[in-house]
Design a protein around this ligand. Structure first.
Ligand code: AVI
Length: 370
């Protein structure tokens, strides 16, 4: 049974549609797990804020303990994406040095119809787009437009760890395509794998924006395998990958002249100060970028420039940083065609097409589940 609930929060009226289970408990239309919030709505007024759960906080605390006690120290890149980090990332995507977003967008603009048509060949059936790490979904709108050309029934499930980014994505999509049914899902798909409802139609999973590059190969395989379990034979995956290229271009993309990527990297310390009661002096850390040619990845680090003692109250941690010590905050793997083929084959996909820009800097690969 479907019901509509209205909540008044911060003076704003927010409407959400739920599906009610027979036992009377409210549950969204795609399920809920361990307190992570799924919200289903077909309404224009989408508000996914303030749904941070105790689990999200616990994941943050666990990751801080794991990563900052270990040597070398590291923090997982999903920690970048609080509201401020998501805002800075959006800014990065517009920088002249950061070519992946505009290159991917251009490939999509030229080929979205062909990509969607190849993914969904029974036009009488509904089409569901599930996007891992949706962010602001600015490029996804191109695919949704193509999806609406071949199906009257399009469902969009954007998944993101940041509720603020997701809210923006939903507002933009709902405004541009009121006929698309949107089921936003606030979730860290790295720590909490996705659980999709069975779907009577084709599912096209989107892992675009080169987000798969932020995981080491074995973790990328694991994430895609967990995704496969949620799909049916014939469903598809669109994978966006940034390709290996000359080192200066790669380094500049992660160390821009305006210092936006540096601010994005340092925001992880500010986030710990804000959310876990830490007292990092972020002015004593600097953004460092290197190209690791053996692992085929860009690495981002924060280097301590001055000895300091840091306490992270809510994680019960007292830390001593020596000058020159680093925290490894991100890997961004760059791919060859063979890497893509191997990855997709290993997790059970069959490649159906690949689209590139004319410099071969970026590839969108469409694969079907065998
Ligand atoms: C989100 N991810 C794919 C970006 C990347 O290129 O690895 C994150 C990023 N880090 C610095 N700039 C952009």
């Amino acid at each position: 049974m479907s019901t509509t609930a209205s909540l008044r929060r911060s003076g704003a009226l927010i409407e959400m549609s739920f599906h009610q289970r027979r036992d009377g408990n409210h549950r969204d239309s795609v399920g809920s797990l361990k307190g992570f919030v799924y919200m289903a709505t077909y309404l224009q007024a989408v508000d996914v804020r303030h749904f941070a759960t105790p689990d999200a906080r616990e994941a943050l605390t666990c990751e801080v303990r794991r990563g900052l006690i270990a040597r070398p120290r590291s923090l997982s890149p999903w920690m970048f994406y609080d509201a401020e980090g998501s805002r800075l990332f959006e800014q990065i995507t517009t920088l002249p040095e950061y070519y992946p977003t505009r290159t991917e967008r251009a490939i999509l603009a030229e080929n979205a119809n062909a990509i969607v048509a190849r993914a969904h060949n029974d036009r009488s059936l509904p089409l569901r787009l599930v996007e891992l790490g949706a962010g602001s979904a600015s490029k996804t709108r191109i695919l949704l437009e193509a999806a609406l050309c071949i199906s009257d029934d399009v469902v969009y499930i954007p998944v993101d760890v940041c509720s603020d980014a997701l809210e923006l994505a939903c507002q933009n999509v709902a405004y541009a395509f009121p006929e698309v049914r949107i089921h936003p899902t606030v979730r860290n798909y790295v720590t909490h794998p996705l659980q999709l409802e069975p779907f009577d139609g084709t599912t096209l999973a989107l892992c675009i924006g080169t987000s798969i590059g932020n995981f080491p190969p074995e973790e990328a395989r694991l994430i895609l395998r967990k995704l496969c379990v949620q799909l049916q034979t014939g469903d598809a995956l669109l994978l966006g990958t940034d390709m290996v290229k000359n080192e200066p271009t790669l380094l500049a993309a992660y160390d821009d002249g305006d210092g936006i990527t540096a601010a994005f990297n340092l925001n992880i310390l500010h986030r710990l100060n804000r959310e876990l009661g830490a007292d990092f002096d972020a002015r004593c850390f600097r953004h460092r970028v290197l190209w690791n040619s053996i692992e085929s990845r860009i690495e981002m680090h924060l280097e301590c420039t001055q000895e300091q003692y840091v306490s992270i109250e809510d994680a019960d941690l007292d830390l001593h940083f020596m000058s020159c010590e680093t925290i490894h905050t991100e890997n961004s793997y760059k791919f060859t065609e063979r890497d893509i083929q191997r990855l997709l084959k290993e997790v059970g996909f069959e490649i159906r097409g690949a689209w590139k820009d004319r410099r071969d800097w970026y590839t969108l690969t469409l694969a079907r589940l065998r």
